[in-house]
Write a protein that binds this ligand. Sequence first.
Ligand SMILES: Cc1cc2nc3c(=O)[nH]c(=O)nc-3n(C[C@H](O)[C@H](O)[C@H](O)COP(=O)(O)O)c2cc1C
Length: 305
Amino acid sequence: MKAIDLSVNFAGVTLKNPVVTVSGTCGFGEEYAPFYKPSELGAIAVKGMTLAPRLGNPPPRIAETPAGILNSIGLQNPGVDAFVENELPRLKAEGACVIANISGSTIADYCKVAEILSETDVDFIEMNISCPNVKEGGVAFGTNAKTVNEITSEVKKHTNKPLIVKLSPNVTDITEMARAAEAGGANALSLINTLLGMRIDLKTRRPILHNNVGGLSGPAVFPVAVRMVWQVRNAVSLPLLGMGGIASAEDAIEMLIAGADAIGVGTAMFANPNLPMEIADGIAKYMEANSIEHVADISATVQPW
Ligand SMILES: Cc1cc2nc3c(=O)[nH]c(=O)nc-3n(C[C@H](O)[C@H](O)[C@H](O)COP(=O)(O)O)c2cc1C
């Protein structure tokens, strides 16, 4: 057998392996520097950016749950200009493939941020229309097929970068949103964002999160994410970045089999910062053991009953 090839072609861009660290869980890459270089990843999806800097929601904004966390960070970020000036040059100098995650309060905001990033050397724009933690976090755009289509086609007019549309799981039928994004001109989809949840303190009877509700992520959401990736794989022909609860190489391989072309790791890195590299190694070992040369040969291989 020829040497195994971990690279994947994702919407026309070659990722050296299928492992991506997901937006909001890896900042701009610096916190993980003691563990791996961002250039060792398939790509790094940086924290969601808005036109102006944002402080995010007041604390408490993280609550623990069995097998996951609830967060209501609320899109804290330094603003797109600060990213372009202070973070992007370092990431590109290190050789990283960069997915710039964007948010906004209006379609015009999204278009402006996309325009600014199009003048830079980011590799992808990932449009977050699924943040459940701020009123204007885009989830209002992401839960209605008509607006998914509209915002996708508008943002497409303002960028020459491959556009990944990040879907919300907080919908009745995610395939409807996937089709709307595809019809709007999306180059790829990423899924899932967090699932809306809530915890309450027994002593105070107040919600644990100051924002009352937050987004659930981590291993608890994994089966939901696998189900949604599989459904979306059967609904559209766009490349898929599958994420949600991946905590091991086995989970990552399962997500590929469900239909993902590349996979994202987030919350589970908080417990094991080496996880992305362990997953890349684990996928390579699985390929060796099963005589698979290309990652693409694992993707979307669910067998019927
Ligand atoms: C603390 C935190 C912050 C997040 N911030 C963003 C964000 O800014 N933009 C975005 O699109 N998704 C954001 N997400 C969602 C993740 O990118 C991902 O879709 C979700 O957490 C599921 O993956 P996981 O279970 O592996 O963490 C955030 C998640 C967490 C836990």
